[in-house]
Design a protein around this ligand. Structure first.
Ligand code: CTP
Ligand code: CA
Length: 223
């Protein structure tokens, strides 16, 4: 167990955390989503609060209840999540993007329930805005932390994502490894900065949150 005690390492800091799986409407009864549980984002929110931060959790669909006594904003889809983050971005000291954001949405969600009238059905999807990349392009003083979920070439892809999206830190995790990923309570993470890469053993998501925020606090001091 890493450091689930209270501290003042993030006292006075405003921390925005995103969590969960966005849902993109297909029609009034159906949607596109993913397996994200929101557990990692909730663990980060609780830990940041223990470290004295003023935390806002911006979350999409989660299989767990949001933590009590933390400010939350529910954003069902990627566009709503983007809007909520942009509105809070200037005041934030740390922005952590643990949400699994849908890369695409339906070009035109149907107004009425789609009937099973034909043998095949094609949905036209259009790309969503990359919120993390927007944050990377617009950051001034903010410490920006992204996540990368990969099934192969984890480190190579993570390095590219960190640089491309201008993140100070990027947390990479592989869902192909046992015990790591979306629904479980553990993760095997690597934290990448411009100059360092550190891989941790399989840990609980609470412990992952603790090392991520400890690393963040150290970087904030250097800024
Ligand atoms: N992200 C985002 N907005 C999107 C898509 C992703 O902010 N529209 C963020 C996620 O919250 C995460 C990071 O980007 O912090 C990486 O997400 P990931 O899905 O691993 O990478 P992508 O850049 O979307 O690339 P791909 O899915 O093709 O691997
Ligand atoms: Ca993606």
């Amino acid at each position: 167990n890493q450091c689930l005690h209270s501290s003042d390492e993030l006292a006075g800091k405003k921390v925005i955390i995103t969590a969960g799986a966005t849902m993109e409407a297909i029609d009034p009864v159906r949607f596109i989503t993913n397996h994200s549980s929101g557990k990692m984002g909730c663990a980060l929110a609780r830990q940041a609060q223990r470290m004295g931060a003023d935390v806002t959790l911006i979350h999409a669909s989660m299989s767990v209840q949001p933590p009590q006594f933390i400010k939350t904003i529910h954003t069902p889809n990627a566009a709503a999540m983007a809007e909520a983050i942009k509105a809070q971005f200037d005041e934030a000291d740390i922005v952590i993007k643990a949400a699994a954001v849908s890369d695409y949405r339906c070009a035109q969600p149907a107004q009425q329930k789609i009937k099973k009238a034909s043998e095949t059905l094609t949905l036209q999807l259009v790309k969503n805005e990359d919120i993390l990349a927007w944050c990377g392009a617009h950051k001034t003083h903010q410490l920006l932390i992204g996540f990368a979920m990969e099934t192969e070439n984890v480190l190579a892809n993570a390095r590219k994502k960190r640089a491309l999206k201008n993140c100070d830190l990027l947390v990479a995790n592989s869902i192909s490894e046992s015990g790591a990923g979306f629904q479980g309570d553990t993760n095997r993470i690597t934290i990448l900065s411009e100059t360092e890469e550190k891989t941790y053993d399989l840990m609980s998501k609470d412990d992952c949150a603790a090392v991520i925020l400890k690393t963040a606090a150290a970087h904030l001091k250097e800024k």
